[in-house]
Design a protein around this ligand. Structure first.
Ligand SMILES: NC(=O)c1ccc[n+]([C@@H]2O[C@H](COP(=O)([O-])OP(=O)(O)OC[C@H]3O[C@@H](n4cnc5c(N)ncnc54)[C@H](O)[C@@H]3O)[C@@H](O)[C@H]2O)c1
Ligand SMILES: [Zn+2]
Length: 346
């Protein structure tokens, strides 16, 4: 698996197809990405056989119905194992495309061209592919590693501020789990991210990929250490799901999750007050935390309980244990989670 990062490197895509003998291309994208960047991609594909399949934007598209409609179209277009499938979009397009490529004809080569910051630093890396089902996120899926991940910063120019925040969330997470300097570097340069400073974004992308690759290489199939990548996600997922995936995007919910989970870390005595408030002050520049009431907390805990089944019947929380370090815990007192979510402490 090859990863290429840079600014304006999409232009060189053609030579990759030539070198690897692909001339039948099937591009899966969403309507927004097609609108902003479809023409440019088409202009690079002159002389190839290619077809676009565009899905409605958003998490709701990560469904079995959309997968079935893509299978129908693949059959209709006689896509075979000599063809190449291309994911051209954010994490939704990447996850669904990877899943289709993993399953159609028992696996077809695919490449990722991620177009959101979140997809460039996180979802396109690591081989996890899948879809949601019955309201359960990523419940059906597999591991299928793309042949190439081509990351072009230029594609981020059309991204909304909320989607920049979403990507920053995962990068701030890498900082808190593995590189505290990176965390500080982002917090003190937020405007560069929102202004889409190319050098800054490319630097963040390269640093993020190297952290994620490092963790994934030690635990390719998510049996142990890879779980530290879920920092902020136990609570974050429950918030995302409680609001029916509409109020907060993934990264925004993860930022909230990191705030509440860090507070738990402080209460357990894993980190000191000063470090906690450093984290709090940096993360609240991006999202304002909420004070949840008793009923809301009951639902949030139920959602976490459901997640628990997935994880060998234990509620797993990733908590900070020092600057740029986290640990995996399965014995956290539920009252600590409740107090954290009540938010009487801020
Ligand atoms: N596989 C993994 O390891 C992994 C890791 C993290 C997240 N994920 C998944 O990723 C998904 C979230 O990804 P996401 O945040 O990229 O969401 P997304 O794919 O929904 O993209 C967010 C929005 O940005 C738009 N968009 C995409 N590229 C654009 C561009 N260049 N310019 C303008 N608009 C653009 C999309 O149309 C969409 O409206 C979730 O489903 C999550 O489960 C997967
Ligand atoms: Zn995430």
């Amino acid at each position: 698996m090859e990863i290429l990062t840079g600014n304006n490197i999409l232009a060189g895509l053609d030579s990759y197809f030539k070198d690897n003998g692909y001339d039948n291309l099937y591009i899966i994208t969403d309507h927004n990405v097609k609108y902003y960047h479809g023409k440019y991609l088409s202009s690079l594909l002159k002389g190839y056989n290619y077809k676009f399949y565009s899905i409605p934007p958003g998490e709701k598209s990560k469904s079995i119905d959309v997968v079935l409609s893509i299978y129908d179209d693949l059959i209709e277009n006689q896509i075979d194992r000599e063809s190449l499938i291309i994911a051209f979009g954010g994490g939704v397009v990447g996850d669904i495309t990877g899943f289709v490529a993993a399953t159609f004809k028992r696996g077809i080569d695919y490449i990722q061209i991620p177009t959101t910051l979140l997809a460039q630093v996180d979802s396109s890396i690591g081989g996890k592919v899948g879809i949601d089902y019955k309201g359960l996120k990523n419940i059906i899926g597999s591991f299928h590693f793309p042949k190439l991940i081509l990351i072009d910063i230029q594609l981020l120019k059309t991204l909304s501020n909320r989607d920049i925040t979403s990507g920053l969330a995962e990068i701030l997470k890498y900082g808190l789990i593995a590189d505290y300097d990176l965390f500080n570097y982002i917090s003190s340069n937020l405007s560069k991210a929102y202004n889409k400073d190319e050098h800054f974004l490319l630097d963040l992308v390269n640093k993020s990929i190297s952290i994620k690759q490092d963790i994934v290489s030690r635990d390719k199939f998510d049996k142990g250490e890879r779980r530290i990548l879920n920092f902020g996600h136990t609570v974050g997922h429950s918030i995302e799901s409680y609001f029916d995936f509409s109020q907060y995007n993934h990264g925004e919910a993860v930022i909230l999750g990191m705030i509440y989970e860090s507070y738990i870390g402080k209460e357990v005595g894993l980190i000191d007050d000063d470090y906690f408030w450093e984290i709090y002050n940096s993360l609240t520049k991006l999202i304002t935390p909420l004070k949840f009431n008793d009923l809301e907390i009951k639902y949030l805990l139920e959602i976490m309980e459901n997640d628990k089944k997935k994880l060998n019947d234990q509620t797993i929380l990733i908590l900070p244990i020092g600057k740029g370090k986290v640990g995996i815990f399965n014995d956290v007192d539920v009252d600590l989670i409740i107090n954290s979510l009540k938010g009487e402490w801020f």
